[in-house]
Design a protein around this ligand. Sequence first.
Ligand SMILES: Cc1cc2nc3c(=O)[nH]c(=O)nc-3n(C[C@H](O)[C@H](O)[C@H](O)COP(=O)(O)OP(=O)(O)OC[C@H]3O[C@@H](n4cnc5c(N)ncnc54)[C@H](O)[C@@H]3O)c2cc1C
Length: 351
Amino acid sequence: MKTKVDIIIVGSGIAGCALAWQWLLQGKSVLMIADANKGSSAVAAGVYNPTILKRFTSVWKADDQLEVLNDFYPRIESLLSAKFLHPIDILRRFHDEREIKTWIKKSGKEDLKDFMSPEAVTYENQAILAPFDYGKVSGTGWVDTLGYMQLTRDYLQSKSSYRMESFDFKELSHHKDHIVYKDTVAPKIIFAEGFQMLSNPFFKNLPLQGNKGEVFTIKVPDLHLDYIIKSSVFLMPYTDDLFWVGATYNNDDLSDAPTEEAKEFLTSRLERFLKLPYEIVEHNYGIRPTTKDRRPFVGAHQQFKNYLVFNGMGSRAVLMAPWAAQQLFDSIYLNKPLDPEIDIQRCNEES
Ligand SMILES: Cc1cc2nc3c(=O)[nH]c(=O)nc-3n(C[C@H](O)[C@H](O)[C@H](O)COP(=O)(O)OP(=O)(O)OC[C@H]3O[C@@H](n4cnc5c(N)ncnc54)[C@H](O)[C@@H]3O)c2cc1C
């Protein structure tokens, strides 16, 4: 006798959790399968930010994604009686007068005016050196991703909807209108495997790229921050006297270890503006699943239509995944076409 569910999800990172909740909140049943590997979600700071603070531009579909985010996480919080969404403004530390001029000009643009302060703002904090002041970004914040993912797994486990195991492709079979995995039948299965997707026999040819990121958790007993500070690196208040500092971006070195080079980068950039002594409590790293066009990989396999992929969240999973999960859900149940920019069909067309 087989168990029936509405969807099987492989992966319990930010992407897999977004899918699970999208289905659960619509009254569908889920089976999540995930191994014990720590994906990149385990090291993410969880910051969401509708702007790109290097170039002062907006994120693709920022308004739509933010609208979904601000509905999605609070609904889960209330269902679980938990708190993991933490709205907090970001202060972009200016490096010179030229940046201030560019900021003021850009902040008047239609897609940015709701997020960027129209002028430079001052923030009196003796611990932070900022001779050129800041630009303030609103609509931003962070999600306690570790808490969110753990509570999601616990919730699924309590409903017997979670299995910790390495997915065994030999146990998977495709049928016209369903799939079978071991003792479970479902109309479809979605792979949300992060960078491990490159070992998936059905999706390994998608051009997913790895980008290694390294971060610190630091302890600064006398630092009080009312904002996330963004300079060459982010400094984000976490809990008590712990702060998050990151991140690095490296396409070339995907080695499975923290590096001295990243340590040197993070400390040197941090010390350009943090005037207090600090202790590095943790030095973590992960591989971001990125795509060349910075759009996620969503959609069905060309031949095996009931096998789907949900990946390529890059450095913006917290903001992107709830919106993209909704897109995928609507394409399956409401027959709405996927946004062509996220549909993996675009990769088939290229080849
Ligand atoms: C240093 C760093 C900082 C970051 N900061 C942020 C940030 O502040 N905000 C933000 O939005 N994003 C951030 N990111 C990006 C974010 O972490 C990624 O976009 C996100 O983690 C991708 O999530 P995912 O669920 O696709 O993959 P992963 O987190 O890698 O999860 C993949 C899951 O699949 C499972 N899995 C894979 N293959 C199998 C298999 N065969 N069988 C069973 N299970 C399997 C793994 O166990 C894991 O649960 C950061 C990334 C890094 C590296």
